[in-house]
Write a protein that binds this ligand. Structure first.
Ligand SMILES: C[S@@+](CC[C@H](N)C(=O)[O-])C[C@H]1O[C@@H](n2cnc3c(N)ncnc32)[C@H](O)[C@@H]1O
Length: 378
């Protein structure tokens, strides 16, 4: 009983913090968070207090120790539920059941007349999530399978929420969305730029974002995962990039072995311009995890071959020296882009956008196998 009171107090405190931080905006989402005991969905968590910190909890790791499943950070969970805009009675599909925590929140938002279907790749996770949910009296339809294909036999859905990231929209999610439905999904666009996008269908079938929020999610697994985005290079160094097949990674390792030339200081503040640079430049890479180093941005061209990186206020180059100039002027000339203020539209790959970008702001196009994306500054 004491634990229950303590948990209720911690839940209230968490919701108050999320309201103050702007991730909880509506009473409906606040009430959902206040009613679901997160501690029952965070088995790896060491204490009750830990379950109510605004932090990710790792649920399951693969053989190499990388997280395969996590209970997402409460602020992110709340932001995406606000984006999803669930109405009582809604038919909802969730992709990536994980612990079942978000499934419980969705069930609360949809209410007794709603329906929640949730699909999870791992049978163990799906099973334990279903048991936890039943333990609090929630009985969604939890399926085991590849969420890339959606759940066709329960479609259409008023709301679809993916809690796992994709570099391209799976066509089934779009097909299984009701005509006036909302689809919320983390969309990886470039290294360091992943957006949780709330999509609605606009005239002519184009998908248009009604809101976006920067995020960082585990990548969808399975045969349709697409190329991995984070690659181990050496013991502690990993790189993220858009197109880095094994042969390109070999070239990158060779370049790093050759050693670097210091090409001089970076003048002015560059961090705020990197998103603008990355949007226009598919060769952008982001290095992670060098001990003691900050994250390092760069430009990698396996054809030349060359790698130029921004490291501690300097441009450092491996291979063809011209890459340093290209990176320096590319970043210096890039616009400042506020990721929160991007509008995203999608049309099937190979088709054109019906009209010009909706504002006279800057726009960028990102091509993927299934869809073509246009990002425009609001
Ligand atoms: C960030 S976790 C989801 C968090 C979850 N919503 C919660 O509240 O605990 C992402 C989940 O997606 C699952 N997943 C990854 N690829 C999948 C796929 N192709 N189909 C279904 N689930 C997948 C992972 O196993 C993992 O449990």
């Amino acid at each position: 009983m004491d634990d229950e009171h303590a948990a209720a107090r911690l839940r209230t405190a968490l919701v108050n913090r999320l309201r103050a931080g702007g991730s909880v905006r509506t009473e409906a989402v606040a009430q959902a968070l206040l009613s679901v005991p997160r501690e029952l969905f965070t088995p790896g968590s060491t204490s009750l207090t830990r379950s109510y910190e605004d932090r990710v909890v790792v649920l399951y790791t693969d053989e190499s120790g990388m997280a395969d499943s996590t209970v997402s950070q409460p602020a992110m969970v709340a932001l995406m539920l606000e984006q999803l805009d669930v109405r009582p009675g809604a038919r909802i599909l969730e992709i990536g059941t994980g612990s079942g925590y978000n499934t419980a929140l969705l069930a609360h938002l949809a209410g007794p007349d709603g329906e929640v279907v949730s699909i999870e790749m791992s049978p163990e996770l799906a099973g334990s999530a279903a048991r936890r949910l039943a333990g609090i009296g929630v009985h969604p339809d939890v399926r085991t399978g590849d969420g890339w294909a959606g759940v066709a036999d329960r479609a259409p859905f008023d709301r679809i929420e993916a809690t796992v990231g994709v570099p391209d929209l799976p066509p089934a999610w779009v097909e299984q969305l009701a005509p006036d439905g909302v689809l919320v999904t983390p969309l990886w666009l470039r290294p360091g730029l992943e957006l949780a996008v709330a999509w609605r269908r606009a005239a002519g079938g184009t998908l248009t974002s009604v809101s976006v929020t920067p995020c960082g999610f585990l990548q969808l697994r399975g045969p349709h995962a697409g190329p991995g985005r984070t690659h181990a290079l050496t013991g502690e160094l990993a790189v993220m990039g858009d197109e880095l097949p094994a042969a390109a990674l070999d070239v990158l390792r060779e370049l790093l072995d050759r050693g670097a030339v210091d090409a001089g200081p970076v003048l002015g503040e560059v961090e705020s311009r990197v998103t603008g640079f990355a949007l226009a430049e598919p060769r952008t890479v982001l290095f992670l995890g060098h001990p003691g180093d900050e994250t390092t941005w760069g430009l990698f061209d396996p054809e030349r071959p060359a790698l130029a990186v921004l490291a501690r206020g300097r441009v450092v180059v491996y291979g063809d020296l011209d890459a340093a100039t290209e990176l320096y002027y590319g970043v210096a000339g890039a616009p400042y882009v506020d990721a929160d203020r991007l509008r995203v539209e999608a049309v099937p790959a190979g088709t054109a956008f019906g009209d010009a970008p909706f504002s006279d702001g800057r726009s960028w196009t990102v091509e993927r196998a299934q869809f073509r994306y246009r990002l425009t500054e609001m």
